[in-house]
Design a protein around this ligand. Sequence first.
Ligand code: DP6
Length: 326
Amino acid sequence: MKATAKAHPNIALIKYWGKRDQKFNLPAVGSISITLQEMATVSTVEFQPDLKDDILILNGTKAKQIESKRVSNFLDLIRAEASFDFRAKVNSENNFPTGAGLASSASAFASLAVAGSRAAGLALSKSKLSELARRGSGSAARSIWGGFVEMKIGERSDGSDAVALQLADENYWDVGVVVAITSEKYKNIGSTKAMNDTARTSPFYGQWVFSSQKDLEEMRSAIFSRNFHKVGELSEFSCLKMHAVTLSARPGIIYWNKVTIECIECIRQLRKNNTAVYFTIDAGPQVKALCLSKDKNLVKRTLQKIKGVKNVIINSPGSGAEILNE
Ligand code: DP6
């Protein structure tokens, strides 16, 4: 009744922002991501018949109640599927800052889906694992797979077709994702609340949803033809469009700090000087630079020089979530 799994976060090139259903956590738009190899979450789940409550240890310390509750709710789905009611001890560790816009919820819930279902004795397919991970966090559905991944919006009301699938594996393309960390603090508004507030109040939300279909089609074809400039251009477009719709919520939600802007300017300057590099930013102030693998050290050195950049992590395309030991 114990299993350990490892999962990597992913960075969306075409963003997920908005839900069509809260209960099953169904996305209002599809999304496309790259899984990031050098960043990871390792989670162990152990169901114990004599435990009264679930216990969550996050990065070595007892988690806050809000985080424990979210994990307990997630474990309830596994318990229901396995038809038992044992509580669990969960230990989860990230090798990167948690809750700071670095997709820690993606790697956390992907690793919990894999470890939790195995510990409960369930043998789930990758598609079922993706569906389960989505209930924990929408972006986690993508981290079940490695490489380039597409999250389908799905049509069914129970969400059984709102799952991620792999477009190309981690060896398909020698690209790098250089992550510049500009703040290690918890973000002041989580993505779930922020996207719901945006959907409710932004005058541009309908257009965001409507225009996403074309972005997905173009990104898919840019990946399949290995057109790096097109992938990069679309990534910046989807990122800025997501932040624009978020800025237009009431009250407006601002995830960036001044170092975020400096990183954007630096990346665009590198591009003017003929390095193929593009940025994307999730619900937080960190900047992810997408480049060809041969340029990743140059991009790292350049971003590192910016005052206020706390750390820079180089990633290659990562593998899917997996069991570490039984
Ligand atoms: C900006 O997956 O964290 O990173 O489903 O509510 O848990 P919930 O949201 P979450 O949102 C991720 C938003 C994003 C874009 C993306 O990863 O596609």
